[in-house]
Design a protein. Structure first.
Length: 247
């Protein structure tokens, strides 16, 4: 992972953790609902939470009975995690997620990566490592900002209602600076690149979700109703299998 990417997250860590509010903010609830649906029952499962950030979701998994190894490249994020989100089923590790992971082959039942892959400069090596550390069969679930729509601005009608987005240069891979919690880097790549990385690692996509907010969330935040028109997030589940079974 590029050093500047990690440094940005070190600086943004406290603001991110406060505003994310342990996954209870409006946007996190959208994609986490789909992630949890695809995860199912994790009790007794060995789970790797890759790009765990401040550890809020790692703790949720541990409380559900999973045996969790949580990794991140940001010291500041991990310091918050170790302070706020502690459980006897949960261990934290600092690892560069674009390099070899220090876990043995076929160790995990499940790998989860929430809002990670669009934050790292190269994904093939990470996805390959996911396939290596997963049991066969095993499950890889990841969420990202929707690559088709995220970087495009909303167009509004005369009543200032967000109605659609103009999409341009979608296929061009590029780096954008974001400033939600302080400066961070976003690595845009088209959806096909995520699928290709999964396939090259010897896995296959078994489920794909484009989640929208719950009706209850919109009742609390009616100004966010436009999230029903164009999805902001993408959640994918991939399966690892024996190489002899992959065609």
């Amino acid at each position: 992972m590029r050093v500047d990417s990690i440094n940005h997250w070190d600086i943004a860590a406290e603001t991110y953790s406060e505003e994310n509010n342990q996954g209870r903010n409006f946007h996190s609830q959208i994609y986490l609902a789909a992630v949890n649906e695809l995860l199912g029952n994790v009790k007794g499962k060995r789970v790797l939470d890759a790009g765990c950030g401040d550890g809020f979701f790692s703790l949720e998994l541990a409380r559900k009975g999973a045996l969790v190894k949580a990794v991140d490249g940001s010291d500041a994020m991990l310091n918050i995690a170790k302070r706020k989100h502690v459980h006897h089923n949960l261990q934290y590790y600092n690892m560069n997620l674009t390099r070899k992971l220090t876990f043995e082959d076929r160790f995990f039942d499940i790998v989860v990566a929430n809002m990670l892959l669009m934050d790292i400069p190269e994904i093939n090596s990470f996805v390959s490592e996911v396939a290596r550390v997963l049991k066969k069969p095993g499950t890889f679930i990841f969420s990202v900002t929707h690559p088709c729509f995220f970087l495009s601005d909303w167009e509004e009608n005369k009543n200032n209602i967000k109605v659609y987005k103009k999409i341009g240069n979608y296929l061009d891979e590029r780096v954008e600076e974001l400033n939600f919690w302080g400066k961070t880097l976003h690595y845009h790549r088209p959806l096909s690149r995520y699928i290709e990385a999964v396939e090259k690692a010897g896995m296959y996509v078994s489920s794909l979700r484009e989640p929208v907010p719950s009706r209850e969330s919109i009742e609390l935040y009616p100004e966010q109703e436009y999230h029903y028109r164009i999805p902001s997030f993408l959640v994918m589940r991939a399966k690892s299998i024996e190489a002899s079974d992959f065609t």
